[in-house]
Design a protein around this ligand. Structure first.
Ligand code: CA
Length: 222
């Protein structure tokens, strides 16, 4: 799951980015509305965190522009403490959630998880998939009560496959789920993560390669 953070205050932006990465997301930081639009054109994201206070063009105008062009990507807006009218405008313009500065970073991370879950139409933070039980909040997976030890990236691949269960997930999409700009990963890396994931999952789930294009997860073994 990949998050685009739009914040010109580097201290705040980087703190948010590091917290999201520590929580297992891939996260990229840009400092202006213009840079955000370029990033969104170039890459696939699952969520945006947009600060209203940006230079030249504020976060509300950025959001308005994106929504008017049909962008439905979930958006969490950061507003100033006294920004009641900004919060109202943000929700009216199609923001999915907001947080008032100063905020607690763990709350921001929890809200990001909730927005991504909602976007993927998963009501609960616990998802059953065959014998697998995924705890989306703690990014843990267990089989019959036994916790599997996955790395952040293995978890990100599994999460992306399970949320798209039964559908082909392209290698590119998986790459976006695990990579951000600070890491230069190739599609081969995805194959390695999938291969390690397969051996950790054992017979609990089957990850099928589909004609070299991507993968599909199946809870049956046949
Ligand atoms: Ca700012």
């Amino acid at each position: 799951m990949r998050v685009l953070i739009v914040e010109d205050d580097l201290l705040v932006g980087d703190a948010v980015r590091l917290a999201l990465v520590a929580a297992g997301f891939a996260a990229d930081l840009v400092g202006s509305a213009e840079a955000a639009r370029s990033a969104l054109q170039a890459e696939a994201f699952d969520l945006m965190v947009i600060d209203i206070g940006l230079p030249h063009e504020n976060g509300l105008r950025l959001l308005q522009g994106l929504r008017s062009r049909g962008r439905v990507l979930p958006a969490l807006i950061l507003t100033a403490r006294d920004g009641l009218s900004d919060r109202v405008s943000a929700l009216d313009l199609g923001a999915d959630d907001y947080l008032t500065k100063p905020f607690h970073v763990p709350e921001l991370v929890a809200r990001c998880r909730a927005l991504i879950r909602r976007a993927n139409a998963v009501a609960s933070s616990r998802v059953m998939f065959g014998p697998l039980e995924l705890d989306m909040a703690h990014r843990e997976v267990s089989v019959g009560g036994r916790l599997l030890e996955l790395t952040h990236r293995e978890w990100a691949i599994l999460e992306c496959l399970v949320l798209n269960a039964g559908r082909l997930v392209s290698k590119d999409k998986l790459l976006h789920a695990v990579a951000d700009w600070s890491h230069d990963l190739t599609p081969n890396a995805v194959e390695q993560y999938v291969s390690r994931l397969r051996s950790k999952l054992g017979p609990a789930a089957t990850i099928r390669a589909v004609r070299g294009m991507g993968y599909r997860i199946d809870d049956r073994v046949d």
